[in-house]
Design a protein around this ligand. Structure first.
Ligand SMILES: Cc1cc2nc3c(=O)[nH]c(=O)nc-3n(C[C@H](O)[C@H](O)[C@H](O)COP(=O)(O)OP(=O)(O)OC[C@H]3O[C@@H](n4cnc5c(N)ncnc54)[C@H](O)[C@@H]3O)c2cc1C
Length: 359
């Protein structure tokens, strides 16, 4: 069995595999393309401190305690994941990038057809796959007319390193999520000017984000995935917490929001009604999509563009589990999905009747 990805979802799956008696390297391998432990957290900008993330849940079996909220979350989570991998002997192989997963030609021996995982470190043959590749590797850049004509710099949240590099510049931030608002609040004190544009008016959420609100957000994403539509991230449907920093941004005008512009010009952005904003930088805080290109040979996608899953199992191919996908794309969801996928995989491997070949 192969687990692809060693973020929250992949490590949760690996932990539950171990607890179920599967031995790393003998019964399963975990392949991760990142250079170090931490999943996508290791790439997040240094000013995203541990105190600024909303509700990072610990991995199963080992709490993350006593972390300094002023430290970058990339460091805190990187160290915690490294410790976790060591403690449970998960033996993650990295950096190993999986290029493709495809059906093996030959049939298995009564336990279902095998799949081949092709990576830059060799090929693995296996009967079950737990895919936990997250979204960080697939930043989403929406298309707007004139994008290639812009003379300034364009970057995505995935390439954001902190506010200092925007000193004295005019910056347009696109996107109404948590990343967009955090970028604006950080950049505004440095920049000559900031402009915020979003497709829809942002929804601010009063009060704490309790379990009921969490469940409602997960249910929204779950429904889309059940229909075979591409998921929205859980974090994107939770709304923006109205904390003190956001309140201040609303008071001082940093978070005055404009509707989406209609086109990009060499000098900036423009609206159909003639309004223009000149800019040196356009920062796209427009989110991410599931990084699943390597699964294309398995043909799991529905006409709607998503992969239908039940629990974590791909409806089109029960050998394949997607964890950290759609409704489980949050730290708590990823934890639960890891456990659920392992429960299912154990059943698949024990009962040939559930296998692909027999299905
Ligand atoms: C800016 C930002 C802030 C967030 N803040 C929060 C928060 O506060 N709370 C919360 O619950 N959620 C938050 N999220 C959502 C967060 O992404 C998830 O909660 C969770 O961390 C994702 O875990 P994961 O294991 O699914 O993915 P990742 O952490 O992305 O791990 C995936 C791993 O798979 C590897 N991989 C990818 N493709 C391949 C391949 N082809 N071959 C081999 N390896 C591969 C990657 O290198 C990576 O190491 C945030 C997301 C973003 C973008």
């Amino acid at each position: 069995m192969v687990v692809i990805g060693a973020g929250q979802a992949g490590l949760s799956a690996a932990y539950h595999l171990r607890r179920s008696g599967f031995e790393p390297e003998r019964d399963f391998v975990v392949l991760d393309r990142s250079p170090a432990p931490g999943g996508a957290w290791q790439f997040r900008w240094p000013s995203l401190t541990y105190g600024k993330v909303h509700g990072m849940h610990s991995l199963p079996g080992m709490e993350l305690t006593g972390a300094d909220p002023a430290r970058p979350s990339s460091e805190v989570v990187g160290e915690y994941f490294a410790d976790y991998e060591r403690t449970f002997g998960l033996r993650v192989r990295r950096p190993v990038r999986v290029r493709a997963v495809r059906d093996a030609e030959e049939d298995g021996e009564g336990t279902g057809r095998r799949m081949l995982v092709e990576s830059d470190a060799g090929v693995w043959s296996m009967r079950a796959l737990i895919n936990a590749t997250g979204t960080w590797d697939r930043p989403f850049w929406p298309r707007y007319p004139g994008r290639e004509t812009f003379r300034g710099r364009q970057l995505h949240t995935a390439g954001y390193k902190g506010p200092e590099e925007f000193a004295g510049l005019r910056v347009v931030v696109v996107g109404g999520g948590a990343s967009g608002t955090q970028h604006l609040l950080e950049i505004a004190p440095y920049a000559a000017a900031t402009t915020w544009v979003t497709r829809r008016p942002p929804v601010f959420r009063e009060g704490p984000f309790d379990e009921d609100a969490g469940r409602a957000a997960v249910a929204l994403v779950e429904e889309r995935v059940r229909q075979g539509l591409p998921p929205r991230s859980v974090v994107s449907v939770t709304g923006l917490p109205l904390n003190e920093a956001i309140r201040q941004g609303l008071r001082d005008g940093t978070l005055d929001r404009l509707p989406m512009f209609d086109r990009i010009t060499p000098e900036g952005v423009a609206w159909r009604d003639g309004r223009r904003v000149d800019a040196d930088v356009i920062l796209w805080a427009t989110g991410f999509r599931a990084a699943l290109g390597h699964l294309a040979p398995l043909r799991l996608r529905e006409p709607g563009g998503g992969i239908r899953v039940e629990g974590t199992r791909a409806v089109a191919d029960p050998r394949v589990h997607l964890v950290g996908y759609g409704p489980s794309a949050s730290t708590i969801g990823a934890n639960r999905a890891g456990r659920a996928a392992v429960r299912d995989v154990r059943r698949l491997l024990r009962e040939p009747s559930l296998s692909w070949a027999a299905a």
